[in-house]
Design a protein around this ligand. Structure first.
Ligand SMILES: [Zn+2]
Length: 412
């Protein structure tokens, strides 16, 4: 079994964290920013010094290849994303990129040449912090986003992803040649921080991801009647916010008690009109985010929610509308890759937990073209997308050890 180097891992993470537009306030590395360029240059230099073939594809994904003994066979790909949210953490995305770089370094050190080629990837714009939507690098790479889509994705200044890529010195018009189809990859592995509290609360360093959750997001509007807070008796009100509060409480109860223990539902955003102290709220809009690895869980919450909305609206004399904002299906990861990851952890004597991912990841997109597996490493207190996000280097190293051995197993 190969072992990765903790000091080197730490060094790479800390160095990437210096390519950061908000030092002292977490890590911010937006796509096509000067920090992104520095990160790509750093990876390029590191990979060239290992003697790897390096390329930055037409939309800004960094890739480095170690040729296998049979270079015509599809490569095993592994990595994660290089961009961050605004004021994010230094491990989200970077952990998987560094794990990939460290895996290639150790493999080179030990002069191992597997049958299949190995290819690391640092994906662009996973977070959607600049151009919205998210998972842009992976969606484009598996053919889900066309050039036209990339022209429509715009940042706050109205600059499109397509145009930004051009200004970054890339040629997005060549995207088609790089699109991955079924058979182009042997497998894809991603190491990522958990971004949740499950591993932390159980004191387990590594998670083996079985499935990535499906997500349904709704926008719900209730309309009652705005009126004077002093002169309208309680029995003559059509208070949209009181209706909303009953529905919000119900959503929590329903996801907790009435569905599966994998089901979660959240109301994270609310607008109240006119939002004035002495006026009864006439209109309220709020979002609902429902997630589960089981489709039935999401369907069940939605069905119970619709019944509740109808009933509350009737009780309070409100009109309502429910709009679909976004939807993605849950995906099951590959049993073959899961067992390679699990075997590696067992042989290394590293404790692991099989678990679902409650967050979306690039990996989910690649399930359409190849066998996919994900390794989670523990996040301290489960915090992510915040400067306080942290992971113990010992735990990250354990994840890296699992990654390098699992991917070699698949590539042999
Ligand atoms: Zn991430």
């Amino acid at each position: 079994m190969l072992e990765t180097n903790l000091e080197r891992i730490k060094d790479h993470i800390e160095t990437l964290n210096t390519f950061n537009s908000t030092p002292g306030k977490g890590c911010t590395r937006l796509s096509f920013s000067p920090e992104h360029k520095k990160a790509i240059d750093y990876l390029t230099e590191s990979c060239k010094s290992l003697g790897l073939e390096v390329l930055v594809d037409p939309i800004g994904n960094f890739r480095a290849k170690l040729k296998g003994r049979e270079p015509d066979l599809p490569p095993v790909m592994f990595g994660s994303h290089i961009d961050t949210v605004l004021y994010g953490g230094k491990f989200d995305g970077a952990a998987g990129v560094v794990a990939a770089l460290e895996a290639l370094t150790v493999i080179k050190e030990h002069k191992v040449q597997p049958k299949h080629s190995l290819e690391m990837i640092a994906l662009v714009e996973e977070e959607g912090s600049s151009f919205g939507g998210g998972l842009v690098g992976s969606k484009a790479l598996v053919g889900k986003y066309t050039l036209e889509d990339l022209k429509k994705l715009k940042n706050d200044e109205g600059l499109s992803f397509y145009e930004a890529a051009k200004r970054f010195g890339l040629n997005p018009d060549e995207l088609e040649r790089y699109v991955l189809r079924k058979g182009d990859l042997k497998a894809l592995l991603e190491l990522h921080i958990e971004q949740g509290k499950i591993l932390y609360s159980k004191s387990i360093p590594v998670g083996v991801v079985e499935a990535i959750v499906g997500i349904k997001q709704l926008s719900l509007t209730l309309e009652g009647m705005a009126n004077h807070a002093g002169t309208t008796p309680m029995n003559m009100r059509h208070d949209a916010l009181v209706g909303a509060s009953k529905i919000i409480t119900f959503i929590e109860h329903c996801a907790k008690e009435d569905v599966f223990d994998t089901t979660v539902a959240t109301v994270g955003k609310i607008w109240c009109f006119p939002n004035v102290t002495n006026v009864i709220p006439g209109k309220v809009t709020f979002t609902v985010d429902i997630r589960d690895i089981k489709k039935e869980g999401i369907e069940r919450v939605e069905q119970l929610l619709r019944e509740k909305v109808r009933q509350v609206s009737e009780d309070h004399g409100l009109n309502y509308s429910i709009d679909l904002v976004g939807e993605s299906d849950s995906v099951k990861l590959s049993d073959k890759v899961i067992s390679a990851i699990q075997n590696a952890a067992e042989k290394l004597g590293i404790k692991y937990l099989r678990m679902p991912s409650g967050a979306g990841h690039d990996s989910a997109l690649f399930t359409e073209v190849t066998d996919v597996g994900m390794i989670f490493v523990q996040s301290i207190e489960g915090i992510s997308h915040a400067p306080e996000e942290d992971t113990k280097y010992d735990d990250l190293k354990r994840g890296c050890d699992v990654l390098v051995n699992a991917l070699l197993d698949i590539a042999q």
